[in-house]
Structure formats: structure tokens, C-alpha cells
Design a protein around this ligand. Structure first.
Ligand SMILES: [Zn+2]
Length: 157
């Protein structure tokens, strides 16, 4: 049973029910489900924010509604944004992003396509308006040294 069905049946915030439902899912399906539920303030996002603070990239704003795609982090004065994207839902070119679960394909295939399309549009709109855009993928989070290196260009401008 999908989380959204439970949510409709039992109302919001019923953690116990949610937990029971999760436990009935296969690990694979469960992790896909988790990614689907988490939208804002995801663990990868929190990791990126933490790393930014550690390396001195301070003063960011989060989820600014007035910017295309509501970037996860934005430095307004410096016109820099970071998107933190889940590999599966945003169609990354990695193992997780190439995963093709058999169930619910007619739900998630078009959804991923729409996400990719929207991401490209948002990035194009930001670039056209003079913003620097950095996309951090979920699969890049675990390698802290590499991620730090990726964030370096933001520091030097
Ligand atoms: Zn990836």
C-alpha cells in the first residue's frame, strides 16, 4: 500500500500507521517510497547545508519561492544557487538514476521525465538571469572531499 493512500485514510501525522505501512514494503520499494515522501529538508540537503557552513559558505537562503525551481540553497547577493537532487526522481546518469523498478512504471516514468524537463527549464531560466547554478546529486553526498571540491568555485567568486 502506498503511503499516500494511508495518509488519506488515517489523516496526517499518524506516525504509527505510517511506520506499519513502511514495514510491509520491500526494502527496495520502501526506499523509493521514502524518496517520494521527502520533498523539503531532505537528508542530502541537510548534508549539503552542513558542509557549506563548515567551509564558510554562509548566508544562504533556502527554498526561495521567487527563484525558478525554488533552489535548495541560494546566495542572493552573489547570485549563486545549489540544487540538491535525488538521483532516481531527477534522472541522474548514475546507478541509482538508471534503476528501473518494475512496479508503478506508469507513475514514475512520466514523473521523472517531467522533473528532468522542469530542472532543465529552471536552470536555463536562472542562467539567463545571470545566476551560477550548481547541481549536487544525492550520490555525490557521501564523498565529502569530492563534494567540497565541487563547492569550491562558489567560494572563490
Ligand atoms: Zn546519482
Amino acid at each position: 500500500m502506498a503511503y499516500c493512500e494511508i495518509s488519506k485514510a488515517s489523516g496526517r501525522g499518524n506516525r504509527y500507521q505510517k511506520q506499519v505501512a513502511m514495514d510491509k514494503l520491500t526494502p527496495d520499494r520502501r526506499s523509493a517510497n521514502m524518496r517520494q515522501i521527502r520533498d523539503k529538508d531532505t537528508a542530502p540537503e541537510m548534508m549539503v547545508r552542513k558542509l557549506c557552513r563548515e567551509i564558510g559558505l554562509l548566508g544562504y537562503r533556502i527554498h526561495r519561492k521567487d527563484l525558478p525551481g525554488k533552489p535548495d540553497l541560494a546566495w542572493i547577493g552573489r547570485k549563486q544557487v545549489i540544487f540538491v537532487h535525488g538521483c532516481f526522481w531527477h534522472g541522474h546518469d548514475c546507478i541509482e538514476g538508471s534503476r528501473k523498478p518494475k512496479s508503478n512504471q506508469d507513475y514514475w516514468l512520466p514523473k521523472i521525465e517531467r522533473n528532468k524537463q522542469r530542472d532543465a527549464e529552471n536552470i536555463a531560466a536562472l542562467c539567463a538571469a545571470g545566476w551560477d547554478v550548481l547541481v549536487v546529486w544525492e550520490c555525490e553526498i557521501s564523498d565529502k572531499a569530492r563534494l567540497t571540491k565541487k563547492l569550491q568555485p562558489l567560494l572563490s567568486t
